[in-house]
Design a protein around this ligand. Structure first.
Ligand code: BTN
Length: 260
């Protein structure tokens, strides 16, 4: 077990302004998936705010059964352990809050959120979020929010259509500084969300950063493909999709694409 030299407690703690987020840090050079490691620690009673970060992942998980490209030395792969006092049905909102925190924490031109919870920059994917949870009947036991941010990676396989902070800004970034900025913003947003138990306080930010609103899009979930104009989200995080006949449908899950 080896700590990542540039993302250790020594490098991260001085950059944190948080009360609990990132104050317990597990930093490893290699993990199968930081989400898997965080879930195991959650079951062993790890505290809220635990962050598990890996320099590389051998089985990085993406949404809908996809994998997440996780080479060493370049990007951020981390998972946050949360213990929200909310109904399980509200937990998926946390991934939307996280996307909005990242957009706010990285104030670079061209940054945008894409429903349900991607962060894009100048038309290419910069960051993906995968959240999982454990619940008992009406109570949430824990949630794990896993975040992959492409930081200094330059070579992307064509099929990924990804980008990185370095590629967009033309300079290298400190991974510890990017991680600390995200944790500082997310803690504030998480406390606000926990208090409100809805996305209402985040609606203005969603409008400011959403790259889909006003565009004709498809929302694909399993075999279902819906098409319409994206008109924002509800305060529960559902996508509002307006059909040509004027009716608005609410979409709970899926992958979205702008129709060109
Ligand atoms: C997506 O498909 O867009 C979600 C990608 C989420 C990737 C991150 S990297 C850190 C954490 N650990 C994982 O195995 N996945 C998430």
């Amino acid at each position: 077990m080896t700590t990542i030299p540039d993302i250790s407690s020594t490098t991260l703690q001085p950059l944190l302004k948080t009360a609990f987020m990132g104050r317990t840090l597990i930093s490893e050079m290699e993990l199968d998936s930081t989400n898997i490691a965080a879930e195991e620690l959650a079951k062993a009673n790890a505290p809220e705010g635990l962050v598990v970060v890996a320099d590389r992942q051998t089985a990085g998980r993406g949404r809908n059964g996809r994998s997440w490209l996780s080479p060493s030395g370049q990007n951020l792969y981390f998972s946050l352990l949360l213990r929200p006092s909310c109904q399980p049905a509200r937990v998926p909102q946390l991934a939307i809050v996280a996307a909005l925190s990242i957009a706010k924490a990285l104030p670079l031109p061209g940054i945008a959120v894409k429903w349900p919870n991607d962060v894009w920059m100048n038309g290419r994917k910069l960051c993906g979020i995968l959240s999982t949870m454990s619940c008992m009947a009406t109570a949430t036991e824990y949630a794990v929010v896993g975040i992959g941010i492409n930081v200094n990676m330059r070579d992307f396989p064509e099929e990924i259509k990804g980008t990185s902070l370095a590629q967009e800004a033309g300079r290298e970034f400190s991974r510890a500084e990017v991680l600390a900025a995200v944790l500082n913003t997310f803690e504030e947003d998480y406390v606000l969300w926990s208090h409100e138990q809805s996305l209402t306080p985040f609606m203005e930010r969603w409008k400011a950063f959403s790259m889909l609103d006003g565009h004709t899009i498809t929302a694909e979930h399993g075999h279902d493909i819906l098409q319409g104009t994206a008109c924002g989200i509800t305060n529960e995080g559902l996508l509002k999709l307006k059909s040509p006949d004027g009716t608005t449908r609410l979409v709970a899950a899926g992958d979205t694409h702008i129709v060109i």
